[in-house]
Design a protein around this ligand. Structure first.
Ligand SMILES: [Zn+2]
Ligand SMILES: [Zn+2]
Length: 570
């Protein structure tokens, strides 16, 4: 038993205590002790044998006894009892991104909720927002997390896999034995859905790392275990595959495990032509082992530019790298604003001011307020009068802000016949007009295509939002000829959105790349319904990178003045 494992058990105890609503001081004591153990650099067993555990700050007599019990028996009775006592469904809920034990306890104690299905139902009925300490924001977060989980059919949406993977990563990173660490596979390539969570670690004592990791409280079941590899199911069945190699093997193994398989094969073919042998953990040239300390070394050896993981799909990246033509991919830091979000004027949760403040916190220099139009009654869409009233308020608030542009906009519905939900006389008064399809999803391909092209050809429309309408696991893209839509957008100068919400990611990476080839500009927008959701920009950026986009391809890397000129507004 290692200190980290004991820390994990203490964290589990704290979680279980919190789930059942135990005394906050007791919960805090276990969390503090877990932190103290993680930070402790000495030998815990030795200290125990000397009877000096209580010399660690945060470890009192009671906790010292528990550590002793764990060191001698591998577990402790108190924890075993708690595991029996707390309904397992509550523990499952902790897998929801950003949902902690206190929230789950509130739902359990106030509404008797013990399963994810019950939690979803209560969220849908808007019962959660009435609970003490929860509110509409948390309800939205829960609902979104459940949607993401439900949408997994064999594959896991990136929005679920990544937060879980990051927790596992942190656990591993805190192990002294681990010298290097990375995600691999489709997760490192940031596909919108991944099969499992693949992690590669470098350590001299691999078996020890495998053993420790296998005892993590996040692991529910071991599927297969060897000396340098473990495949396990985390809570709710998402699989994690940890592979540990020696520090010398790490960089070539990273390249191999990141894939894609076809990308790696292409590298191998090229290697063969250059007398280099690429083989999983090893690289040879003319029969001699080549030391590889980072992936870049291999690409150099193959006379290629370094290829970022998001591009490793065998979609022409090897040829481009050979010719020195890889794009300089956009990064999150290039983004200057978000052009699509909602407020409590329609179905958002926060006020205009709160959304503006959240955008400023992210270092943005502009934000467009784009609430729904009146046909979308379920989302509290605004009448033309209300929209203009809101625009007045937005401008009023904007006058009070320094170094920040708050933009008056709308997300106007594209009606069944392709006309817009507001007259031109209203649209022309706005800074940003986003148009989108929210109804009549079942139109045939020709009708839908004509409908969308008619809408984006209106000179007041600046951006087409979520162009395919897909929602991962819930709604297939509607039938539409996107190639024709892109061609029309190229003619009209209409911007296409990459909706960054992790259940949409629409346009997809492939279509984003096609748009760029056709000279269509794009914008990555979050469509946030609460300020903290603006952070989902990161997911949209991964889609943009996978779509080979450079900063200049995305209008929201530009200063607002340039965007305004592009929209031809004065
Ligand atoms: Zn929308
Ligand atoms: Zn929206």
């Amino acid at each position: 038993m290692e200190k980290l494992e004991i820390a994990w058990l203490f964290t589990e105890i704290a979680d279980l205590l919190e789930l059942k609503g135990d005394n906050p001081y007791r919960i805090r004591a276990y969390r503090r002790a877990a932190r103290a153990l993680k930070g402790f650099s000495g030998d815990i067993r030795q200290l125990w044998e000397q009877g000096k555990l209580a010399t660690i700050t945060g470890i009192g007599k009671d906790l010292a006894a528990k550590i002793g019990e764990i060191l001698s028996t591998g577990t402790c009775r108190f924890l075993e009892e708690l595991r029996q006592e707390v309904p397992p469904g509550l523990v499952d809920m902790l897998v929801l991104p950003e949902v902690g034990p206190r929230t789950v306890h509130t739902c359990y104690s106030q509404l008797g909720i013990t399963t994810l299905a019950e939690l979803e139902e209560a969220a849908r009925k808007r019962q959660l927002r009435q609970l003490p300490g929860l509110g509409a924001k948390t309800e939205l977060k829960i609902l979104k997390g459940i949607h993401l989980l439900n949408s997994r059919q064999g594959r896991v949406p990136l929005g679920v896999a990544l937060p879980l993977a990051e927790e596992l990563y942190q656990d591993l990173a805190s192990l002294g034995e681990v010298e290097a660490l990375s995600f691999t596979g489709s997760l490192r390539r940031r596909r919108d859905e991944v099969g499992d969570v693949d992690i590669l670690a470098a350590a001299t004592e691999g078996e020890k790392v495998i053993d420790l990791f296998s005892h993590s409280p996040r692991i529910a079941q071991i599927v297969a275990k060897g000396t340098n590899r473990v495949v396990a199911k985390t809570r709710l069945g998402i699989e994690v595959d940890l592979w540990v190699v020696t520090p010398k093997q790490y960089a070539p193994a990273l390249l191999w495990a990141t894939g894609s398989r076809r990308h790696y094969q292409r590298l191998q073919e090229r290697a063969a032509a250059l007398g280099v042998e690429l083989d999983g953990c090893q690289v040879h040239k003319s029969g001699r082992a080549i030391p590889v300390t980072e992936e870049e070394v291999v690409y150099q050896l193959l006379e290629l530019q370094y290829i970022p993981p998001e591009l490793r799909e065998d979609n022409g990246e090897v040829e481009a790298a050979a010719a020195g033509n890889l794009p300089s991919l956009v990064t999150l830091g290039d983004i200057r604003g978000d052009l699509h979000c909602h407020t409590d004027w329609s179905d958002g949760i926060e006020s205009i001011e709160e959304m503006a403040e959240a955008a400023r916190q992210l270092g943005y220099s502009y934000l467009a307020i784009t609430d729904h139009s009146h046909s979308l009654a379920v989302a509290g869409g605004l009448s033309p009068e209300r929209l203009l009233e809101q625009a007045g308020q937005v401008r009023e608030i904007n006058r009070r802000l320094d170094n920040f542009q708050l933009l008056a906009g709308t997300e106007v519905d594209i009606l069944a016949d392709g006309s817009l939900d507001y007259p031109d006389s209203v649209l022309e008064q706005l800074d940003v007009v986003i148009a989108s399809v929210h109804s009549h999803f079942r139109q045939d391909r020709e009708t839908m295509t004509r409908r969308i092209i008619k809408a984006i050809t209106n000179p007041h429309v600046d951006i087409l939002a979520h162009p395919s309408g897909r929602i991962l696991g819930r709604r297939e893209p509607y039938a539409v000829d996107l190639e024709a839509v892109l061609a029309a957008a190229a003619r009209s100068g209409t911007v296409l959105e990459i909706n960054a919400s992790p259940d949409r990611l629409d346009l997809t990476d492939t279509w984003a790349r096609r748009a760029r080839e056709m000279g269509v500009k794009l914008a990555v927008n979050t469509d946030a319904h609460a300020g903290e959701r603006l952070r989902e920009m990161a997911f949209g950026i991964t889609a943009a990178r996978r779509g080979w986009l450079e900063p200049q391809d995305l209008i929201n890397t530009w200063p607002w003045e340039r965007v305004r000129d592009y929209f031809q507004k004065g």
